[in-house]
Design a protein around this ligand. Structure first.
Ligand SMILES: *Cc1c(COP(=O)(O)O)cnc(C)c1O
Length: 441
């Protein structure tokens, strides 16, 4: 009998509630601090940049939070997403391990990001907001929010890191298609941007700078709020539909995963996949290994410090307790643009500090080797970010072979790489480089 290698769920099996891991933490998160006074910030103080309904989710201690029907309806355009067993990759590796991946590349913009973009646009619309301002690195978040804003009839202003703006013109086209306004950051639209351009007219930009610009834009427009595509508690919350579906799919397959793997930039796809399983670990029902994989060029969890830091470069955002490389750190120009962030979600940081999550850092060239092996065997071309999770999954499968252990490896396939083919060209032409992280003195 051939076993089912692709597990689909019916539309009716879409999760109806998000899982809030704050209810099960061993100790509560440290609160965000005011950038000026360094005092704990209340949701009311944060209302200048976020609507109250999302701030309530940000601090909620409720274990389950209802997903509004209207959001489920939009998510059902591409969800539930399939859980797929990578049998051809297993055969290529001659591993006794099973390798499964949860495929998030089938959404309209091609990644996991619309899971929260749709929810954020919905709740802002409910709060009477007319315009959202945001930053984007490689363009994945900008295109996801553009899609969601178009759906709800909200204007979308995107500050796109200048190197990506020039390197990834098709992400920009996608945002235009969904009628967003996109500018290269640093820009002349904000004081933060102007200040940086005065000092360095050729500044390539960074996520930290683009966040400063998007937040300043928000503070200067009455009808506008700010939207962030990762890091924050409510963003991770919205992504838990991924792991909730995956749990149901493994149940239907009659398989229990031993290790769960995801790449981490700000931590949202990893958290969305892992937290519903982490609930079982925190409550003593089941044990799993969790691996968060980051680029060696931006090794926040493996080389950063766990302390309060700003989310942006200028120091306008609240201070968050997290692993950080320092808010003025500008990582090397690796192709995994979505993983070039100096900080990490406070929730992922806290669980890593408590040794509940293992962190790994991978070099750029080995991650592309893994991506190519995956694309050749499984037929799907991964985003350079996703390739980090694949590298780690392949390394686990190779270890399983050496130890002759038939374990079950599961990873999240965060997005496809069809708009990243120029990065693959660089890899094939031998132009790709490995970057060592150099700590500041
Ligand atoms: C943005 C992005 C990431 C990194 O962001 P997280 O918040 O860590 O998930 C990873 N993969 C893809 C495809 C992305 O677009």
């Amino acid at each position: 009998m051939t076993k089912e290698n692709i597990i689909y769920l019916a539309k009716k099996d879409l999760p109806k509630k998000w899982y809030n891991i704050q209810a099960d933490l061993r100790k509560p998160l440290d609160p965000p601090l005011h950038p000026g006074t360094k005092q704990p910030m209340t949701p009311q103080e944060l209302e200048a940049i976020f609507p109250m309904n999302l701030l309530e989710q940000e601090v909620s201690q409720e274990r389950w939070i209802n997903i509004p029907e209207d959001i489920l309806d939009v998510l059902s355009m591409w969800r539930p997403t399939p859980l797929i067993r990578a049998t051809r990759l297993e055969a290529e590796l001659k591993t006794p391990a099973q390798i499964w991946y949860k495929y998030e590349g089938g959404s309209p913009p091609g990644s996991h990001k619309p899971n929260t973009a749709v929810a954020q646009a919905y709740f802002n619309k409910q709060a009477g907001i007319k315009r959202l301002s945001t930053e984007t690195g490689a363009g994945q978040w900008g295109s996801a929010l553009s899609f969601a804003c178009y759906h709800y009839g909200i204007k979308c202003q995107v500050y796109m890191v200048k190197v990506s703006y020039n390197q990834k013109p098709y992400r920009k086209s996608m945002m235009h298609l969904w009628q967003a306004d996109v500018v290269a950051s640093p820009s002349h639209k904000t004081e933060a941007g102007k200040k940086i351009l005065e000092k360095d007219p050729d500044c390539p930009g960074s996520l930290g700078i683009a966040i400063s610009e998007a937040v300043e834009d928000t503070l200067n427009h009455k009808d506008t709020k700010y939207a962030l595509g990762s890091v924050l508690n409510h963003v991770l919350l919205h992504q838990t539909v991924i792991g909730l579906e995956t749990k149901e799919q493994f149940k239907q397959a009659g398989v229990k995963p031993d290790v769960l793997i995801g790449c981490v930039g700000g931590g949202s796809n990893f958290a969305g996949f892992a937290f519903p399983f982490m609930e079982e670990k925190l409550t003593g029902k089941n044990d799993y290994r969790f691996i968060a994989v980051e680029p060696a060029a931006c090794p926040t969890l493996t080389r950063g410090e766990y302390r309060y830091d700003f989310g942006d470069t200028i120091g306008m955002t609240p201070l968050m307790k997290m692993y950080t490389l320092g808010h003025d750190f500008i990582p090397a120009g690796i192709h995994a643009g979505g993983l070039r962030y100096h900080g990490m979600a406070p929730l992922v940081s806290a669980l890593t500090e408590q040794n509940l999550i293992e962190a790994q850092a991978k070099m750029q060239i080995p991650t592309f080797e893994a991506a190519v092996m995956f694309a050749r065997t499984e037929g799907i071309i991964p985003a350079p970010e996703t390739a980090h999770a694949i590298r780690s999954a392949i390394d686990e499968a190779i270890r399983a072979k050496e130890e002759n252990k038939p374990k079950v490896i599961a990873f999240i396939f965060s997005g496809h790489g069809l708009l990243d083919l120029s990065a693959y060209d660089s890899y094939f032409s031998g132009h790709l480089k490995d970057f060592e992280y150099v700590p500041k003195k």
